[in-house]
Design a binder for this molecule. Structure first.
Ligand SMILES: *Cc1c(COP(=O)(O)O)cnc(C)c1O
Length: 340
């Protein structure tokens, strides 16, 4: 039976659901992993995560499709990215097969919290891993926990996708050869100052430039850029310090292989941005949020798509990808994992 929630008015905030998954790493190996009703994590005050931020996370969604199936979208890529994040932070890798099993277990156990098709709401899954044993000298922890909980989240755009205004940030997100390419909590901790400041000044997001030269576009705090040129090509910035968004990679595949567009994945200079026709931010939360205006130290770049609605190419990409996710359009091989 479906949980009695006001699905279409949910926001993006934590709602506790009945079950979550936990596996523990000790003496060099992972425990079997199990579901628990206990949402509390009890740790030593000296845990690696609390002292030196040894933690990484993932984010993905479960959807109810048109024909009533519960599905996830490319969870194998979240599993692989989490393996890469763990390796870079000297944490033990949580195996992909176990990750996928945990996805199935958590969704099945909380089935009543998968929002109905058409509500616009989804069930957001948050896998995460952290050093749980005591660490005082700077080194990796000996013990870890891998957890996954889920929380229903509302439609990202209530009343249509209005374009947002972003600003070029004076702060940097990721250093060259640093940790920008992994989903580490530390990348977010140090971005909070910049996003609070952006919001106070009336901007929705920060556009980060490359930290070394500040001439190339990187991404925002939690979404990759996708641009459309005036002659209809899709362009996405390439850099080793950008987090490889699964949404962005999927949109580029859709553009090239389903919509027959030309896609370029290459370094994008900031001074090219004024010549683009459309701009969007892509990530699991919104799929694509259209950008209408980019503020750069007193100068404004107004995208020709304007402040009223998504540009036509962005819209087509958005409709195609969400159509695949919601079961309205056929999916490329291996993209949809049904939860039984
Ligand atoms: C999670 C994240 C994204 C979006 O990735 P998706 O896999 O599409 O959800 C983009 N940038 C950053 C910095 C992120 O942490």
């Amino acid at each position: 039976m479906s949980a009695n929630l006001d699905w279409s008015n949910l926001g993006f905030s934590y709602i506790k659901t009945p079950y979550r998954y936990v596996a523990r790493f000790k003496d060099g190996k992972w425990s079997d992993g199990e579901l628990t009703a206990d949402d509390k994590v009890v740790l030593t005050e000296c845990a690696g995560v609390l002292q030196y931020a040894q933690t990484a996370f993932e984010g993905l969604k479960a959807y109810m499709t048109k024909d009533g199936k519960i599905v996830t979208f490319r969870p194998d890529l979240n599993a692989e990215r989490m393996e890469q994040s763990a390796a870079r932070l000297e944490m033990p890798v949580f195996p992909k097969e176990k990750f996928l099993e945990a996805v199935d277990m958590v969704i099945s156990a909380n089935k009543d919290y998968v929002p109905p098709y058409g509500s616009g709401a989804t069930l957001y899954l948050r896998p995460f891993m952290f050093g749980s044993s005591a660490v005082i000298g700077v080194k990796p922890a000996q013990e870890y926990e891998f957890r996954m909980f889920c929380t229903p989240v509302g439609p990202y755009f209530k009343g249509g996708a209005k374009p947002i205004t972003i600003r070029v940030s004076d702060y940097d997100r990721a250093a060259p050869r640093g940790t920008g390419h992994i989903k580490a909590g530390l990348n977010y901790a140090m971005s909070l100052y910049a996003i609070v400041d952006a919001h106070e000044k009336g901007f929705d997001e920060n556009m980060y430039l490359d930290a070394a030269t500040r001439t190339y576009v990187e991404e925002t705090g939690g979404a990759n850029f996708i641009f459309v040129t005036k002659d209809g090509k899709v362009v996405t910035p390439k850099s080793d310090s950008i987090l490889p968004s699964i949404t962005r990679r999927s949109l580029c595949y859709v553009a090239e292989n389903i919509l027959g567009m030309t896609v370029e994945h290459r370094p994008v200079r900031f001074d090219e941005v004024k010549d683009f026709a459309e701009c969007g931010l892509c990530g699991t939360a919104a799929v694509i949020s259209p950008v209408g205006k980019i503020y750069d130290h007193g100068k404004e770049i107004c995208l020709p798509s304007g402040m009223e609605e998504m540009g036509p190419v962005t819209k087509k990409l958005y409709d195609t990808l969400t159509g695949i996710q919601m079961g309205r359009l056929p999916a490329p091989e291996g993209w949809i994992r049904e939860i039984k």
